[in-house]
Write a protein of this length. Structure first.
Length: 250
């Protein structure tokens, strides 16, 4: 399959996956059923009909309004669908084999959902971080068991290292500096990029976090040391860039 065809196919698949991710990002924080429950309008609570669930197209055709009650449909839904489609296109162009394309897409879609959940709720649920580590180890095992071992070590080092940082911070500052889900997400990072990629993940994450802080300083002129930042979002950026471009300096 040519890279262009692969990108088109994965992009279309990404739109479908993105529709599911958008639903999960709303239902998971509310502890609603993810698999069985039908999608409903947030305004009138009526189940959406099949033609109202076509990714991106339905939102455009309906002009961002419910067909029954006229309630506004948030642009976050098509934006998430487009984000997942972009991940699919990126995977189609970056993969050298079917396995690599699939692995890149799966990683990107997982990171997208994790970043959305953490960015909106400051929460990294185990139901997302643990599967990230599992899929990383599976992808490594499909490459070779010798590769899988280094990625397993990466998962262990990732969890233990960030957990220790959080413990030391709390011991010194007497308050939490990291969320409870961050070590599990960093374990997922090690499972995907191996132990050798973990420093790069942290460097990319720190760069992304500092960029946000500088942006806030420009807009708000002040940032407090007690302001909460969704570190999981920055880790997701670091994992994605390290996976795509490899550890920095190597």
């Amino acid at each position: 399959m040519s890279p262009v065809l692969a990108a088109v196919v994965m992009g279309l698949l990404g739109l479908i996956i993105g529709s599911f991710l958008a639903a999960v990002s709303v239902r998971l924080p509310r502890e609603e059923d993810i698999v069985v429950a039908r999608s409903r309008c947030m305004g009138c609570d009526r189940p959406l009909r099949p033609w109202e669930l076509v990714p991106l197209v339905s939102w455009l055709v309906l002009r961002a309004r419910c067909a029954r009650c006229g309630a506004a449909i948030s642009p976050r839904y098509p934006l998430i669908e487009l984000g997942a489609a972009l991940v699919g296109v990126w995977a189609g162009f970056s993969g050298s084999s079917g396995l690599m394309i699939a692995a890149t897409a799966v990683l990107g879609w997982q990171l997208l959902l994790i970043a959305i959940i953490d960015g909106e709720n400051f929460w990294l649920p185990d139901v997302l971080t643990w599967p990230l580590a599992a899929t990383g180890l599976i992808a490594a095992a499909l490459t070779g068991w010798d590769v899988a071992l280094s990625h397993l070590i990466g998962a262990v080092v990732g969890f233990g290292g960030l957990w220790l940082v959080g413990w030391l911070y709390k011991a010194v500052r007497k308050r939490d500096g990291l969320g409870g889900g961050d070590p599990y997400l960093f374990a997922g990072a090690g499972a995907w990029v191996s132990w050798i990629g973990l420093p790069s993940v942290l460097l990319w994450a720190s760069a992304a976090g500092l960029s946000l802080v500088f942006g806030l300083l420009v807009v708000r002129r002040s940032v407090s040391a007690t302001d909460k930042l969704p570190f999981g979002v920055f880790l997701a950026v670091g994992i994605w860039l390290t996976w795509l471009y490899g550890p920095l300096g190597l």
